[in-house]
Design a protein around this ligand. Sequence first.
Ligand code: MLT
Length: 256
Amino acid sequence: MNLQFKNTEIFYSTKGIGNPIVFLHGFLESSEIWEPYVADLSQNRQVICIDLPGHGLSGIIASVHSMELMADVVQEVLRELKIPLVTMVGHSMGGYVILAFCEKYPDMIHSLVLMNSTPEEDSPERKQNRDRSINLVQRNKTAFVNMAINNLLTSENNLKFRREIDALKNRAATFSSGGIIAALEGMKIRTSKIEKLKSFSGNKLMISGEKDLILNHKHLISLAFKCKSNIITLPDGHLSYLENIPEVHKILHFVD
Ligand code: MLT
C-alpha cells in the first residue's frame, strides 16, 4: 500500500487483525527482511511493515533523512491506518527511528524491541566514517553497497547466508544514491537517546548478537543495564532477524 507524505510516496504493508506491531528495517534494507515473521504473527495480530524513506519502494523526502523525519513517516502511516498505540520492532537504524518516535509520540508506543541497535549517538570516529561512506556512495554506489553489506556478518555467516546476502545487495543496489546518503546524514546527526530509553516505562527489550561486527555486544549489555532495558543475547552477528530466525520467532511471540 502507498501513501503520500510531503509529496513523496511511502510504501507499507498491513496484514492481520488485532494488537498492532510495527516493523522497521535497518540501513540498506527494506520491509522485505521481515517476511519470515509476517505470516505467523499476523494470524493473531495486525503486522505493519514500512519502507523507510529512500529505502525499498519509498521515495526520497529530503537531502537529510533525520531519525525524527523517519519517525514522522511512521506516525503518518499509523494515522492513515487509524492506529493509536503500537508495539515496535526495529532493526539497527530502525531502532534509532523507534527511539526518535518515542521522543516525539510517547503516547503512541507501549512496547519496543531494539534489534542489533543502540540508543547511543555516533562517536566522532563513526561520524567520520559516515562522511567517507557518503563520499564512496557519490563515486560508486554499487561498491559501497557491496562493501557495507559484506561488513555486516562474519565471513562464516556470509557464506552460510550467501543467497540472502546477495538478495539484500541486489535490492539495495536499486535504492538511489540520494536516499542512501540522506540516511547516512540522518544517522550521523542523531542525538543520544539513552535518557529516553531509560525513562521509557513500557516493555523494552534489546536483542544483541554476540558476534556483531557493527555494535559491540559487551557494550550493548552495559547500555541495556544503564537504560534499565531487558537484553537477550543471540549467538551470531548484526542480522539477528536472518541469522537466528527460530530464536527471533520465539521472542516476538512474547514482546507484549
Ligand atoms: C544498520 O544496519 O541499520 C546500520 O548498521 C546502522 C548504522 O550504520 O549505524
